[in-house]
Design a protein around this ligand. Structure first.
Ligand code: UT7
Length: 325
């Protein structure tokens, strides 16, 4: 099996910003509630004609440039998203066409907030077994397109953005271990009932607001802490490492209280957590992707460091990856 590592990262956040004061004008909420209960101060939102692939393209170009790799050298593109431009074709195929990455096989995956972690696991397997050499993975979301702007329980949480990474064979370090899990019995804690084959779009589904995220936040909170803690422990154990070895912890950014609770249970010092939730909110698959990119750009991750990525989301799905940078 070949060693696989991340050789480039990129991100893109749309320009428009919606802060907590703006939300106070939309629903019965307050900056104080949002800040103390979630850690979010503002989020980026797409403008009128921007879709998930537009964000993905910009993040992907940055990742390819940081990897010093040409699009034609890609043989795999995996896009993690729950807000694709349209049900089909995949965002990955749209991306392939724009990038002229003619030699890549392309598909999307639906693993919600754990999508980027799942994409790492998939790309790693392709490269480790020798079926591919260079893979581009992207987490891209336009969560504003499925957010109910009249529901204060959810609309304060989400944002739009994209993060990308290029994976390739490496001589030293790279991905040391991965662990992923799923539990479909908990699907009704976080879902979008409308717009699929169960409830195809009709005037009635729209009137009933079925095309928006439905969430039981309180129950999810506890499961997020439990699952992310378990994933972190299992991935570290598989790598033969302990929490003390982790130089940078990159958790999914759903809620500041969740990520602090997970770090505490894992025994990871707060100073080692990369946190960007205040400026972006929860961007589902794009959260861990942009957090990884920014931690690298800001020098929080250096060569030889042990990095732990850890995520949880709708499905339910969760997973963690240990990387030696
Ligand atoms: O991305 C992966 C999946 N997502 C998650 O893992 C999200 C996990 N859940 C959470 O982050 C938190 O549960 C939330 C941030 C969603 C909610 O925080 P909470 O501390 O669990 O609040 P709660 O749902 O227990 O609600 C407490 C109160 C309620 O009022 P009452 O019933 O006590 O009178 C809510 O109606 O806060 C109220 N509330 C709000 N108040 C002001 C809910 N949303 C708001 C709001 N502004 N935006």
């Amino acid at each position: 099996m070949r060693k696989v590592g991340i050789i480039g990262v990129g991100e893109y956040l749309p320009e428009r910003i919606l802060n907590n004061a703006d939300l106070e004008k939309l629903v019965d909420t307050s900056d104080e509630w949002i800040t103390t209960r979630t850690g979010i101060k503002e989020r980026h939102l797409v403008s009128k004609n921007e879709a998930a692939s537009d964000l993905a393209i910009k993040a992907a170009k940055q990742a390819l440039s940081s990897a010093k790799l040409k699009p034609q050298n890609l043989d795999l593109i995996v896009v993690a998203t729950i807000t694709p431009d349209m049900p089909f074709p995949s965002v990955a195929c749209i991306l392939q066409n724009v990038l002229s990455a003619k030699n890549a096989i392309c598909f999307d995956i639906s693993a919600a907030c754990a999508g980027f972690v799942y994409a790492i696991v998939i790309a790693q397997q392709f490269i480790a077994r020798g079926s591919c050499k260079n893979a581009l993975i992207v987490g891209t979301e336009v969560l504003s397109s499925i957010t109910d702007w009249e529901d204060r329980n959810t609309c304060v949480l989400f944002g739009d953005g994209a993060g990308a990474a290029v994976l390739s064979e490496v001589k030293t370090g790279g991905i040391l271990s991965t662990y992923i899990g799923s539990d479909g019995a908990m699907a009704d804690l976080l879902f979008m009932p409308g717009g699929g084959s169960r409830n195809p779009t009709t005037h009635k589904t729209i009137d009933n607001r079925l095309h928006y995220v439905k969430m039981r936040g309180n129950e999810l909170f506890k499961l997020a802490v439990k699952s992310m803690t378990e994933a972190g422990h299992k991935a570290l154990a598989k790598a033969g490492l302990s929490c003390k070895d982790v130089a940078c912890f990159i958790p999914h950014q759903a809620n500041i209280r969740i990520l602090l609770a997970v770090a505490k249970r894992l025994g990871i010092d707060e100073k080692k957590i990369y946190i960007n939730i205040a400026k972006y909110g929860n961007m589902s698959s794009a959260s861990t992707a942009t957090a990884l990119c920014e931690a690298v750009k800001e020098g929080m991750i250096k060569k030889g460091d042990i990095v732990l990525l850890d995520a949880f989301g709708a499905g339910l799905v969760w997973g963690a990856v240990v990387i030696k940078w």
